[in-house]
Design a protein around this ligand. Structure first.
Ligand SMILES: *Cc1c(COP(=O)(O)O)cnc(C)c1O
Length: 330
């Protein structure tokens, strides 16, 4: 199931669903997202990873043919007590170590037995979520997979464990359904490499252009707070992108920016609408010249690390102000 929550990791949920029309299913976080997909004409199975918050929302699961992920006992109670209607497929979530959502492994068998006998349920699957799959050296993932296997031993049901990290680094986590998210967008789930290391290509390229080129002298301080000071007479480029567009304000001086295809360092603070770049590495730069903030030629993972965050947050965070253009991939 292709995970396209949070507006398709910032790429446009309906756009991603249309591009991945052959996926066996989709997964989103909320009922609202799922309903939006149905309105866009998506007819594949849609898993709602957050389940439902109150019993009144249960009807939407049947109406829109969605698979809730049940992780609280009151959700199980609500489903078992629901008045007639066609039975629905559900996922049950077991907490094997993430310690966020999910039933305790020792509760699993009883819940399974109860729902397996319910006329409200057709297919009952079990899933778990990996907490440390971003770190290939972590022993926690194997422990979680073992805990999952012990939990579902003897239960006959569809199984799902793997997010992108599991898919790429733990083959025995694959099971019946995998749940790729970040890798679909060409970025790596791991902390220390990039999508290219896994043969992935960036789907999103965030671009802008140079809006001004200025010459400053030694000692001139650039931008809010004057946190970066020119060490010599030099050209500084102003790029039309800022945190109002989703470029991270925490990107530090030195974060790479591609200007005319040349990697140049960001200098000074990120403003709402602008950033400033040291042009000494490309002194012929002029207003109108193209700038890539991340994507083709500049991995989003690298920018994320310089900003103390992860590519997920940068991709999800591109704001409404940014104009989206859809290009044909090869
Ligand atoms: C978001 C999410 C995924 C996808 O994770 P990636 O790391 O982006 O591949 C898979 N499963 C669940 C339960 C999720 O919440």
């Amino acid at each position: 199931m292709a995970v396209i929550k949070s507006n398709g990791y910032g790429h446009g949920m309906a756009r991603v669903a249309a591009t991945l029309a052959d996926a066996d299913g989709f997964a989103v976080a909320s009922i609202d997202e799922a309903v939006e997909l149905r309105a866009a004409g998506v007819d594949r199975p849609i898993t709602v990873l957050g389940g439902f918050f109150r019993p009144t929302e249960l009807a939407a699961m049947g109406d829109y043919h969605l698979l809730p992920t049940l992780h609280r006992i009151d959700q199980v109670d609500a489903l078992a007590a629901a008045p007639g209607g066609a039975p629905i497929d559900v996922w049950l979530k077991v907490d094997t170590g993430m310690h966020r959502l999910g039933f305790h492994p020792r509760e699993a068998a009883a819940i399974h037995t109860r729902l397996a006998g319910s006329p409200r349920v057709s297919t009952l699957g079990w899933m778990t979520h990996l907490a440390n799959a971003d770190d290939r050296a972590s022993a926690a993932t194997d422990l979680q997979i073992d805990a999952f296997d012990r939990t579902i031993a003897g239960l006959s049901c569809p199984q799902s464990i793997a997010n992108s990290g599991g898919i790429l680094a733990w083959p025995h986590s694959h099971r019946d359904w995998v749940r790729p998210g970040i890798m679909l967008y060409g970025a790596s789930p791991f902390l220390t490499d990039t999508g290219a290391d896994h043969g992935l290509k960036p789907v999103m390229t965030l671009t802008s252009e140079i809006m001004a080129v200025k010459l400053y002298g030694a000692g001139d301080a650039i931008g809010y707070g004057g946190t970066w000071v020119c060490p010599e007479e030099m050209a500084v480029g102003v790029v039309a992108i800022g945190y109002g567009d989703g470029y991270p304000r925490h990107a530090s001086s030195g974060t790479p920016v591609l200007v005319n295809g040349v990697r140049l360092p960001l200098v000074g603070r990120v403003s709402m609408d602008m950033i400033t770049v040291d042009l000494r590495g490309c002194p012929t730069t002029a207003p109108g010249d193209p700038v890539v903030l991340w994507g083709n030629g500049l991995p989003v993972e690298e920018v994320a690390r310089r900003a103390g965050t992860i590519p997920y947050e940068l991709l999800c965070g591109v704001t409404q102000r940014v104009h989206f253009e859809e290009m044909d991939g090869e």
